[in-house]
Design a protein around this ligand. Structure first.
Ligand code: ATP
Length: 586
């Protein structure tokens, strides 16, 4: 349902402007000063026009008339030139403010929990960080400058009217007040519709990014018809919402046109009457008419600004909603994990993504530093979830998790992320060079170090095929890597960071048997002296681990030393090794 009353309080606008304009206050002050001078020039030019006409009617000298004409042109040109400068500088202020807002939104997004991040599709996030903020750019660059400038201009014209004749001043002041009242009443009309329009655009981009990412799967699995159907549904939804929003914007435009016409009639009628009564000169009649015409522009601009404010209302509400979303895991610790390999301890840990659906129950792990644990279990048994708890992506409902004898809840998130290396099933490479991909843009990692890890992982021959070595670009415009190669590169990234605990989630699932064998040997060398948890569906992946844990429906089915389990005939692991209980891996 659309909440028609939803409107941003003026205070919220003030706060937003204060927050983002403060760092540029001198620039903003300069814009205002230029704006006032520009308004002064624009107000002086019709006075020169009046002087010119009255001189012509009363037989003034030609040189006096030239003087008035030149003044008219000079004031008009100076006013316009300064106006251009004001717009340029205003745009600059707007860009800076919106970029700061964009950066803050992006940084805030990274502070959110995994579950909260997942509640936004990629497209929705693009719409928030770019779409909504783009709308606000106009608000930042033009709104205050334009509103203040145009209001000052209108007040200036009214003062001129009052000075000329109080009746013109009173009537035109009343007319402007009525005009603003009518336009402001129209303002509320479209806010909820602009809000809905942006939400629909967000859904559309969300769908588009998702489908573009999964285009191969969709094509291979015959999903094309469904995708196109869904695409069309979204377009159908977009059109009526866009129409509703624009029709309401148009209603506001119509109101302004009506108001302008009324203003012209009033100004012309009144000044004609005053002229006939011999109270004002013909030059003043032309000047009043000229000023009334000039009034149209600022009222028009204010209308534009209010229309933009309708869009900004919707965008600010959505941006604020994102800012108000706070990570549930907020009690960031301050402790650091001890150097070197980390022990892992989980005691009576239980967890569920939803309150009434446990995914892990009563998990117990006691892994000494430098030991490697093989984690087995069929799909959906909770292996990845267990890894996410170790990284504190989620908080356990019960139990205690410690790394290197420090509770993960007491460790600073940055330290936790730096000391625990996680290779997920879904490998993501950046559109950057091989070097930047493995160092994550850390300039302190030397090329020698990178090449050593590449050598140790057995990737030397692959590395030699890269046309520009570490400077080779990967991704769409660079070298295309196979899924297996991408996974190997991510392994280089993890090992370079020298973590105290490495979690490999199905890391070798995409590799061919030959590559897997090369990697297996290299991994054994690299894992020596480090703690690791290897999540696997295949027994070969965990041929050299020290301990084995089998998960079944979120519970520990079996846990012990690999050698011991492998040599005890009644264990599940023994049966697995000898061809039985295969369902535990599927
Ligand atoms: N983000 C999430 N939100 C809600 N439920 C989730 C989420 N991630 C996983 N689950 C559910 O938790 C259960 C365990 O999932 P998990 O990914 O941990 O299993 P897994 O053993 O790693 O499976 P696989 O071997 O297929 O990767 C599954 O029932 C899954 O549907």
């Amino acid at each position: 349902m659309i909440d028609k009353k939803k409107r941003m309080p003026i205070k919220a606008y003030g706060q937003l402007l204060y927050q983002y304009m403060r760092p540029m206050r001198w620039r903003v002050v300069a814009v205002f000063v230029l704006l006032l001078i520009s308004i002064g020039c624009q107000l002086l030019s019709p006075l020169a026009l009046r002087q010119f006409i009255d001189l012509a009617r009363t037989g003034g000298s030609i040189s006096q008339m030239y003087g008035a004409a030149i003044l008219f042109v000079v004031w008009a040109l100076a006013g316009q030139a300064l106006h251009v400068l004001v717009v340029y500088m205003g745009e600059n202020v707007g860009w800076r403010a919106t970029n700061a807002l964009r950066a803050e939104l992006m940084a805030h997004y990274f502070t959110l929990d995994r579950a909260q991040q997942q509640s936004f599709s990629t497209g929705e996030m693009i719409e928030r960080i770019d779409g909504d903020v783009h709308v606000l750019q106009n608000f930042f660059s033009h709104f205050v400058i334009s509103l203040l400038g145009n209001t000052t201009f209108i007040v200036g014209i009214l003062i001129v009217f009052v000075v000329e004749d109080w009746r013109i001043g009173v009537v035109m002041t009343m007319f402007i007040m009525i005009a603003f009242w009518a336009i402001d009443k129209m303002r509320l009309l479209a806010v909820p519709y602009w809000q809905r329009l942006r939400a629909v655009i967000g859904d559309f981009f969300g769908f588009l990014t998702e489908q573009l990412a999964a285009r191969e799967e969709a094509r291979a699995n015959g999903g094309r018809t469904y995708v196109l159907w869904q695409f069309e549904q979204l377009l159908h939804k977009w059109y009526p919402v866009s129409k509703q929003a624009h029709v309401r914007g148009y209603a506001m435009w119509m109101t302004t046109i009506f108001v302008f016409t009324l203003g012209n009639v009033v100004a012309f009628g009144l000044s004609a009457w005053l002229f006939q009564a011999g109270i004002i000169t013909i030059g003043t009649v032309v000047m009043v008419f000229y000023f009334t015409e000039l009034l149209i522009k600022p009222i028009e601009h204010i209308r534009y600004q209010l229309e933009d404010l309708q869009k900004a209302d919707a965008s600010i509400l959505r941006v604020k909603a994102l800012f108000q979303l706070q990570a549930t895991i907020r009690n960031e610790g301050e402790k650091c994990l001890p150097d070197g390999a980390l022990s892992v301890s989980m005691r009576n840990v239980s967890f569920g993504y939803a309150a009434d659906t446990p995914v892990l129950e009563d998990i117990y792990i006691q892994l000494r530093a430098t030991k490697v644990l093989g984690l087995l279990g069929k799909t959906g048994s909770g292996k990845t979830t267990l890894a996410r708890l170790l990284l504190r992506f989620y908080e356990p409902d019960e139990g205690a998790i410690k790394l290197g004898d420090v509770a993960v809840s007491e460790v600073a998130q940055s330290d936790l992320r730096a000391r625990v290396g996680f290779v997920t099933q879904d490998v993501q490479l950046l559109k950057a060079t091989v070097r930047d991909n493995v160092t994550f843009f850390d300039p302190h990692v030397s090329d020698e170090k990178i090449i050593t890890v590449i050598d140790e992982l057995g990737l030397a021959s692959w590395y030699r095929t890269l046309p520009h070595g570490l400077d080779t670009y990967v991704g769409e415009e660079g070298v295309q890597l196979s899924a297996g190669e991408a996974q190997l590169l991510v392994l280089v990234r993890v090992f370079l960071a020298n973590p105290g605990l490495i979690i490999l989630d199905e890391a070798s699932a995409r590799l061919d048997p030959a590559t897997e064998q090369v990697l297996d040997q290299a991994m054994r060398r690299l894992l020596a002296g480090r703690t690791a948890i290897i999540i696997a569906h295949r027994l070969a992946t965990i041929a050299h681990v020290d301990e084995v844990l089998i998960l079944n429906h979120g519970r520990v089915l079996e846990y012990g030393k690999r050698e011991q389990l492998a040599s005890t005939p009644h264990t599940h692991f023994y049966k697995l090794l000898h061809g039985g209980r295969k369902e535990l891996l599927q």
